[in-house]
Design a protein around this ligand. Structure first.
Ligand SMILES: [Mn+2]
Length: 371
C-alpha cells in the first residue's frame, strides 16, 4: 500500500509580496492540487490512497472557484478508485457554521473527518489486509486539548494509520492541537500522518512512525516549501519516501561580502545565480570597506529572477573609523593599530591591498562575525 501524504496546501492564499506577479503565482500555487492528483493517478507511482492532513485551504471560507476546483480534483481520485481521507486543519477550521467542510460535507469526495475527537474514519482493504484510518476535526469548544491528545482509538484490523493536524508535544497555546508523543508510542498505530508543521520531518515513537509531510509549495521566504511529495509505503513496516514535486523553488542564500573585494564582485556573483524561475532572497553578510546598497542591487538584477529580494546584514566599515578603533584598549584595538602601522610602512599597492583585506577580515573575526 502506497499513500500520498499531503498537508498544508493553503489553497487560496495570495502572495501579496509579489506585487504584479501576485495573481499568477497564486494560481500556480493553487494548481499544486491538480499536479498532486496527476501524480497520484500516474500508475508508475503506484499510489492507492491519498491523505490530506489539514490546512488544505488557507481559510475556513475559501472562494467559490477554489472550492469547486478542489472538489473537482478530488473527484478525479474517487473516480479512479484512489482512497481519500481529508482532515480539516486550523486555517480551514471546521468550527465555524460557514466552514467549507460543514457546507460541502454532503458532497465531499472520499472520507472527511468531522468528529471533534479521534475516531475511525474509514477502512481500506488491499492485498488481503485491512487498514484503518483514524482522524478528527479540531472544533473549538468540543475538542479537548488539555492534556494533549493522548487517547487513540484502535479497531481490530491489520494496520492503523492516524491522520492529524496538530503539534507533537508543542503546546504553544495557539489554536492548534497538541499531541502527546508518549501516548503515540503506546498507540499501537503503524503511522501518524501529520499536518501543521510546514517543514518535513520523520520520527519514531515506540513502533509508530510519525511524519510531517510539510508544505510542498512555498508561501514566502520564511515558509519556503519542501518542493517534495511524501509517500508512506506500507509493507512489513512503514517506509517514508520523498520525490520532487515540480514546485517553484524559493530559496534564501547568504552572500559573504568578505569574499568580494568590490561591488563588481558582488554583481558578478548575483549574475551567476541568475534563474528566471527562481524566487531568491539574498542576505548580504560580512564586514567590508565599500558601500553596498541592497535596494540598488535588487533594482538592477530583479529581471534575472522570478522574484528577487536583497537584504543586508553586513556592516560597512570605512578606514576613517579605524583610527577610532585603534585607540581602543582591546585586542581589536591593538590588532587595528598594528595593521594600520603596517599599512603605512607598506612599500607597494599590492602589499597595501593585502593588509587592508587582512584588517577588515580580522576585525570581522574579532567581532565573531567572520572566519
Ligand atoms: Mn498550515
Amino acid at each position: 500500500m502506497r499513500v500520498l501524504h499531503l498537508a498544508d496546501l493553503h489553497l487560496g492564499w495570495q502572495p501579496e509580496f509579489l506585487n504584479e506577479r501576485k495573481e499568477e503565482r497564486g494560481r500556480e500555487r493553487d494548481n499544486f492540487l491538480c499536479r498532486a492528483v496527476d501524480f497520484a493517478l500516474d500508475r508508475r507511482n503506484g499510489i492507492n490512497a491519498v491523505i490530506i492532513a489539514g490546512d488544505l485551504f488557507e481559510t475556513h471560507k475559501p472562494s467559490r472557484p477554489i472550492v469547486e476546483m478542489v472538489i473537482e480534483q478530488l473527484h478525479r481520485l474517487e473516480n479512479n478508485n484512489i482512497f481519500l481521507v481529508t482532515v480539516p486543519g486550523n486555517h480551514d477550521e471546521i468550527t465555524y457554521p460557514d466552514s467549507v467542510y460543514r457546507l460541502e460535507a454532503h458532497r465531499w469526495p472520499g472520507h472527511l473527518a468531522t468528529s471533534p475527537m479521534p475516531q475511525e474514519i474509514a477502512r481500506l482493504e488491499l492485498d488481503g489486509k485491512t487498514s484503518s484510518f483514524y482522524g478528527m476535526a479540531y472544533t473549538a469548544g468540543l475538542t479537548k486539548t488539555s492534556p494533549p491528545l493522548g487517547v487513540f482509538p484502535k479497531s481490530d484490523v491489520h494496520r492503523h494509520i492516524g491522520v492529524f493536524h496538530g503539534s507533537l508535544d508543542w503546546d504553544t497555546g495557539d489554536r492548534s492541537l497538541p499531541i502527546s508523543s508518549e501516548a503515540v508510542a503506546q498507540s499501537g498505530y503503524d503511522c501518524l500522518a501529520l499536518g501543521h508543521i510546514h517543514r518535513f520531518s520523520q520520527r519514531s515513537y515506540g513502533n509508530t512512525v510519525t511524519c510531517y509531510a510539510g508544505a510542498a509549495e512555498a508561501k514566502t521566504f520564511q515558509d519556503p516549501g519542501t518542493g517534495m511529495y511524501t509517500i508512506l509505503s506500507f509493507g512489513d513496516g512503514v517506509n517514508v519516501e520523498r520525490t520532487a514535486a515540480d514546485c517553484r523553488l524559493c530559496q534564501t542564500r547568504e552572500l559573504d561580502l568578505n569574499l568580494c573585494d568590490a561591488v563588481e564582485d558582488v554583481v558578478r556573483l548575483i549574475e551567476q545565480w541568475a534563474d528566471s524561475q527562481l524566487m531568491l532572497r539574498i542576505v548580504l553578510k560580512g564586514q567590508v570597506s565599500y558601500r553596498v546598497d541592497p535596494a540598488a542591487l535588487k533594482e538592477a538584477h530583479a529581471h534575472l529572477f522570478y522574484h528577487l529580494q536583497v537584504d543586508s546584514e553586513s556592516v560597512f566599515l570605512d578606514f576613517e573609523s579605524l583610527e577610532g578603533l585603534a585607540g581602543e584598549p582591546t585586542i581589536r584595538g591593538y590588532f587595528t593599530k598594528r595593521l594600520l602601522t603596517q599599512l603605512e610602512a607598506a612599500s607597494d599597492e599590492t602589499e597595501r591591498d593585502i593588509i587592508r583585506k587582512a584588517l577588515i577580515r580580522g576585525i570581522a573575526a574579532l567581532r565573531g562575525g567572520g572566519e
